[in-house]
Design a protein around this ligand. Structure first.
Ligand SMILES: [Zn+2]
Length: 68
């Protein structure tokens, strides 16, 4: 088992609040510890990911001005 393989076998469980091993079903994956649905990314990581795709906006949370 290589270390680089480890993360590929884990997903984020919001209940455990960390990346955990999971059981895969057809549409959803479940935490092996608590049985909650797990996500590919944590909210924070997902936010970073989406932001990196967006690119044009800077860091920090800014409200868009209406009609701008
Ligand atoms: Zn869990």
């Amino acid at each position: 088992m290589s270390p680089s393989n480890y993360f590929a076998e884990t997903k984020y469980c919001p209940r455990c609040n960390e990346y955990v091993r999971y059981l895969m079903s057809l549409q959803t994956s479940y935490c092996v510890r608590c049985g909650s649905k797990v996500h590919l990314f944590s909210r924070k990581d997902q936010d970073l990911f989406l932001r990196s795709l967006d690119g044009s906006r800077g860091t920090g949370r800014q409200h868009r001005k209406k009609g701008a």
